[in-house]
Design a protein around this ligand. Sequence first.
Ligand SMILES: Cc1cc2nc3c(=O)[nH]c(=O)nc-3n(C[C@H](O)[C@H](O)[C@H](O)COP(=O)(O)OP(=O)(O)OC[C@H]3O[C@@H](n4cnc5c(N)ncnc54)[C@H](O)[C@@H]3O)c2cc1C
Length: 472
Amino acid sequence: MSLNVASDDFLRELDASLPGVICPVEARYLEEPRGVFHGQASAVLKPRSVADVSHILARCNGARVGVVPYSGGTGLVGGQICEQPGRVLLSMERMTSIREISVDDQTMVVEAGAILKSIQDAADDLELLFPLSLASEGSCRIGGNLATNAGGVNVVRWGNARELCLGVEAVLADGTVVHGLKSLRKDNTGYDLRHLLIGSEGSLGVITAARLRLFPKPVEVVTSLLEVDSPDVALSLLRALQRRFGETISAFELIDATGVSFIRETMPDLVLPPIGEAKWQVLVELGTGEGAALSARFEAALADAMESSMVLGGHIAQSEAQRLAIWRMRESIPEANKRVGAVVSSDISVPIGRIPEFIPRARDVIQRINAELRVNCFGHLGDGNLHYNIYPPKGRSKTEFGNLREEIKTAIHDLVYSFDGSFSAEHGVGRLKVGDLAKYGDTGKLAAMRAIKTALDPNAIMNPGAVVSAGP
Ligand SMILES: Cc1cc2nc3c(=O)[nH]c(=O)nc-3n(C[C@H](O)[C@H](O)[C@H](O)COP(=O)(O)OP(=O)(O)OC[C@H]3O[C@@H](n4cnc5c(N)ncnc54)[C@H](O)[C@@H]3O)c2cc1C
């Protein structure tokens, strides 16, 4: 079943029924961070309320016009990019209010267009924590975070966006509004549509608001950057620290020396924390309530880890400025990577216990394809998610190696699957990985996904071309 183009008549009628909803198609809506996809759209629609979204989707469904939901535009798999002409982009940027914060319930109801950083700040004002944290937090919006089930740096303690959301309000393809914003931890009343919509990347409906979980803000926080010899040792360190500090470890990030050299190469003015010469660094952050003597206990743990040569060197932030410098370095890796220019970027996960085996195996695979290629492997070791990115040799351009892209990507993903891993740990499928889902996805799951898509979006208007097409 093919879609129709959003005709001038269709847009005129929409404008008459919702004055001001149609906005110019600015260039920023047609680009994405990696520069892989270039979009086009008949119009950008900016609803002000859930009623507006419902009205728009009902009209689009009736006229069979494709709709691409858009929040912050920071997605890395092209899900927010409208590639075909004649479709409309639905931007959530006018729906940014925080409808409610309950200190007693430790929850907050926010509209989908609220920027992640503003949600973190609103929680912080009340000495609470919304722990979702990504390098794009100043631009991404919670609707996009939920639609992609974003991960980030705190998953080891607090989980993905999914675990941080108690319920959603959403509009389905035909305009039906699903009201799911109750503040309940227990509510076993049939299918949980929240879990269907979270991670569906705009392919089933539009998330218009969410009830988010908040947590007591850690009072004592320790952040450190430690040198280790290998991912194997990094994993042993994680387990050793978890035995001593349990759930209080909120971030455990693995950083390859190549990543640090990329920052030095491309961002020479960035003030870096002290960084040792070891091949690998780990960024560890822990947080507790008052009176836990966390700093002293961590220093003792670090002394033991150095005594046993598990940790080769490193430092603990002694001030908020030093803590921020460590995080700034970690958060600058994606930008430095972009400036160097990756031949292939991947966002993979394997069982955590197998990461030490995976990393050298993957390096061998890449070396066999072309021994000159550079690897920058970094990521969220604490939750098993690595960004395994491949770069040209210093001074050469990625375009020179463009003919190897498919071979490299396939080799990495095949290896990931032989480790029982995933080709998309936290970024989603979007448009970039539709072929990977078809290739590596479980056939039973794919059939169920197509059936769900057909049932909830029979005219296939929602984010056409992303994730999965309608069944059978
Ligand atoms: C520098 C940088 C660092 C990043 N780091 C991380 C990281 O650590 N972890 C991580 O998980 N991601 C990371 N990302 C990827 C990206 O920021 C996340 O995927 C983010 O959750 C996307 O949010 P957004 O608001 O920008 O969504 P968009 O890019 O606008 O949209 C993403 C997808 O969600 C759909 N969508 C958007 N809004 C809605 C809605 N209201 N209802 C239904 N569907 C919707 C879109 O159609 C699209 O398919 C990073 C990106 C950058 C540029």
